[in-house]
Ligand binder design. Structure first.
Ligand code: TYM
Length: 331
């Protein structure tokens, strides 16, 4: 029996190597065995202000990237969150099941709210919408990076709470994370995760970066004080992060890289790392250029929205009945 997978990415900036290695690449691997739903979560994106025309462009760009990295629309359902109104509907219902205290403990909210004069209520209730995304599709596994783990735990709590109050309704999802690579760190500061919203573009590799930019960014990446290439995340976080990136991108073990670069300086290591990244990303970029503007992405998203809406409606019918809502409109 195949199992249901759901995951999503926000169209809030250029997708980074962190997003790719930690999440997007797993999506492709999973589509072999899983019945997968992958989403461009535009409703989550508007929890902070977005320019409307740029948002629309980024939605199509991100969906195109899903296809360029190898998602097969024949195997997986690819769609935009706001095209399936059940996400907003269930998001509201789950806001009425989650407690203020639980939402206040979310580290991602605290980080995003820090230093801001004011934040939207949507940023605060964000995890309820994320729970809705996942629970609508009776998902059993959710591939994500480490920063989403707390949201996943809350999703499980919400599902269990709903099921115990109203009777079995939702599958309770498991989080899926890589052992190494679930948290790719910034190139300029190994204490921070690599992020598409970091104001410093040198902190990240973007999937669509030119070979030149990739080489510059890697050569400027911070390293640790000695010259040794060793995997020690606590004492050598910067080099360890580069080793993880190298290992995942080239599909070789960290041990073999450490052996290969024994006695060699950072210069040779960084040059090879940049080459490996460029070689890995070039075909993805070519594919992205080929698909963008061909109309394929738009067709896939139209079909995906129809498939997702149908699937989501099955869960919604049950939810409305269980909670005691409406039920008079013919669907
Ligand atoms: P987002 O858009 O911030 O990131 C998309 C995915 O990339 C992972 N990720 C990373 N993995 C490794 N290293 C990094 N430096 C790194 N940065 C990001 C994220 O963990 C994520 O898996 N809330 C989600 C989007 C979302 C979602 C969902 C995910 C909405 N609904 C339902 C799963 C299921 C987010 O903001 O991801």
């Amino acid at each position: 029996m195949s199992y249901r997978v759901f995951s999503g990415i926000q169209p809030t900036g250029q997708i980074t190597l962190g997003n790719y290695l930690g999440a997007l690449r797993q999506f492709v691997a999973l589509q072999q065995d899983a019945d997968a739903f992958y989403c461009v979560v535009d409703l989550h994106a508007i929890t902070v202000a977005q320019d409307p025309s740029l948002l629309r462009e980024r939605i199509v760009d991100l969906a195109t990237l899903y296809l360029a990295v190898g998602l097969n629309p024949q195997k997986s359902t690819l769609f935009v969150q706001s095209d399936v109104s059940a996400h907003s509907e269930l998001g509201w219902i789950l806001q009425c099941m989650v407690h203020m205290g639980e939402l206040s403990r979310m580290t991602q909210f605290k980080e995003k709210a820090e230093g801001k004069d004011t934040v939207t209520a949507g940023l605060f209730t964000y995890p309820a919408l994320m729970a809705a995304d996942i629970l609508l599709y009776q998902t059993s596994r959710v591939p994500v990076g480490d920063d989403q783990k707390q949201h996943l735990e809350l999703t499980r709590d919400i599902a269990l709470r709903f099921n115990s109050r109203f009777g079995e309704t939702f599958a309770v999802p498991e989080v899926m994370m890589l052992k190494e690579g679930a948290r790719i760190m910034s190139l300029d500061d190994p204490a921070k995760k690599m992020s598409k919203s970091n104001p410093n573009p040198q902190s990240r590799i973007e999937i669509l970066d030119s070979p030149d930019d990739i080489r510059k960014k890697i050569s400027r990446a911070v390293t640790d004080s000695d010259r040794e290439i060793r995997f020690a995340p606590q004492t050598k976080p910067a080099v360890s992060n580069l080793l993880v990136i190298y290992s995942l991108t080239a599909d070789v073990t960290i041990d073999s890289l450490v052996a290969q670069y024994e006695g060699k300086g950072y210069g040779a290591f960084k040059k090879d790392l940049a080459d490996v990244i460029v070689a890995h990303l070039t075909p993805i970029q070519e594919k992205h250029r080929e698909i963008r503007g061909s109309g394929l992405t738009e067709d896939v998203l139209r079909q995906g929205a129809a498939t997702a809406a149908q699937e989501a409606e099955e869960t919604m019918a049950l939810v409305r009945e269980r909670v005691g809502l409406g039920g008079f409109r013919r669907r």
